[in-house]
Design a binder for this molecule. Structure first.
Ligand SMILES: NC(=O)c1ccc[n+]([C@@H]2O[C@H](COP(=O)([O-])OP(=O)(O)OC[C@H]3O[C@@H](n4cnc5c(N)ncnc54)[C@H](O)[C@@H]3O)[C@@H](O)[C@H]2O)c1
Length: 436
């Protein structure tokens, strides 16, 4: 059925991961049904619209022509052959894994589970989630007494389970999504083969691993590698600032080494759904094994401290102009968690705005992707984007996200003071610029 493009694919969670995935399957002429509990998303898609900046309404309509539809009705799971789960995996207020989205989804889908269906989890999570959390709910709460296929042979009343991590790099225009190899770990060889065939129809390469846990761990290793290396350059940046050395120049020079060095860049703090969150899934799970993941904890400590470093740098820069943060007008430039994307999650800009406000600054912001900042899981700013005019009115402009749209020369020329957390003003020589 997969080879003939006859398999019906259900994608649960139509966010930054699920919706592009649905479109990839549609492009390969699969009939895709998207499931989401957010009725606004379902309505927008049903009307042929999009709510993700880099996905156009035309793409949604082209998918609809291939049979794509969106729904909140879980009973339609019964008609699917393969079900892929792409729901959020955040941390709770105690920095522990919040698996409620995975358990809620699994509980909602289990009563509709059918023999022979393939269920794949894509949400980033700790090793063991697929087999210890998801699989037991599917077995316990399905209505047909179905069991997950285990071992080499399979029986009629079985379903198949696998884990395959999403590896997207939002905003990256150099690697097409279908060129990112897809790691797949099945509960048994048949599940692995089915999931491999399914993903093999939209990705150029699939990488089978021996178990869902190995696939879950692969994703965490990738993100921990980034988190730890970013913390390393952030720490070295703090040292370089004290020593009067330009860390960006050093990284550029080190990057010329043809082997053994991969560049990472310092910044105002970690952002996004993955890097600040995922490593703590593993440190939590490690405790079950009486094990402390010290690299993760140290990296977390350094990276979490970066917005405070930015605040101190703004304070120092204003102080040198005989001003205080308290009462100053500060413009935060760029609030997305990284350049040229429309994603605000865990963005350090939000923390920096809050810290500035706590110190009495009058904060405005600009970001081409966000006309408004409302309420999120951890913030409630209710701010409206300001126009990029009369930049001289601000005591300080802080570049938090280096979007390509900004004309940094013009910004520096008009500003009284610029604090640059991203080296966006590289090559601009001005006493008004403070790199931090
Ligand atoms: N965004 C990325 O770049 C990225 C990259 C790699 C991995 N991931 C991982 O992929 C997963 C999904 O991330 P995302 O960025 O797409 O999240 P998202 O918040 O953009 O989307 C998740 C969607 O799931 C829906 N949802 C929540 N509970 C549901 C339920 N019970 N039933 C149906 N739908 C439900 C939400 O309404 C939302 O539309 C996370 O585990 C994340 O860590 C994300």
């Amino acid at each position: 059925m997969i080879q003939q493009r006859q398999a019906r694919v259900g994608i649960i969670g139509l966010g930054y991961v699920g919706l592009p995935l649905a479109l990839l399957f549609s492009e390969q002429t699969f009939a895709v049904t998207g499931f989401d509990i957010d009725s606004r998303k379902v309505d927008t898609l049903t009307q042929g619209g999009s709510y993700i900046f880099r996905i156009t309404a035309e793409e949604i309509r082209a998918a609809q022509a291939q049979g794509f539809s969106a729904t909140s009705d879980y009973s339609r799971i019964e008609q699917m052959d393969a079900i892929i789960i792409c729901v959020p995996t955040p941390l709770n207020q105690y920095h522990e894994p919040d698996l409620s989205f995975i358990t809620d989804t699994t509980q909602a889908l289990a009563p509709h589970l059918q023999a022979g269906q393939l269920v794949v989890l894509e949400s980033t999570t700790y090793p063991g989630t697929t087999e210890e959390v998801m699989l037991p709910i599917l077995e316990k709460e399905n209505q047909n007494g179905l069991k997950a296929a285990r071992g080499a042979s399979s029986a009629e009343n079985e379903f198949f389970v696998a884990f395959s991590p999403e590896r997207e790099d939002p905003g990256n225009t150099t690697v097409a999504r279908c060129d990112i190899p897809k790691v797949v770990g099945g509960v048994n060889p048949q599940a692995a083969e089915l999931a491999g065939a399914l993903y093999g129809s939209i990705f150029h390469r699939t990488i089978p691993v021996s178990s869902p846990a190995a696939a879950e761990m692969t994703k965490l290793l990738e993100n921990i590698y980034r988190c730890v290396n970013i913390a390393l350059v952030n720490e070295l940046k703090l040292l370089c600032l004290r020593m009067g050395i330009d860390i960006w120049e050093v990284i550029a020079a080190a990057s010329t080494k043809p082997f053994g060095f991969h560049p990472f860049y310092p910044g105002p703090g970690l952002g996004g759904h993955c890097i600040p969150v995922d490593p703590f899934y593993l440190s939590w799970k490690a405790k079950e094994f009486d094990f402390r993941t010290r690299f993760i904890e140290l990296a977390g400590e350094i990276n979490t401290n970066m917005p405070y470093h930015v605040l101190a740098s703004i304070g120092g820069a204003l102080n040198r102009q005989k001003k205080s943060v308290n009462g100053s007008r500060v413009l935060v430039l760029g609030v997305a968690y990284k350049k040229d994307i429309d994603d605000l999650r865990e963005s350090p800009a939000l923390t920096i705005i809050e810290l500035l406000q706590q110190e009495g600054a009058q904060v405005s912001y600009h970001d081409p992707y966000f006309p408004f900042i409302g309420k999120g899981r951890k913030y409630d700013l209710q701010m409206k984007r300001t126009e990029l005019v009369q930049l001289g009115q601000y005591d300080c402009i802080v570049i938090v996200t280096d979007h390509s749209d900004y004309d940094y020369k013009k910004i520096v020329a008009e500003a009284q003071l610029v604090v640059d957390t991203r080296n966006a003003t590289k090559g601009i020589v001005s006493p008004k610029v403070v790199r931090c």
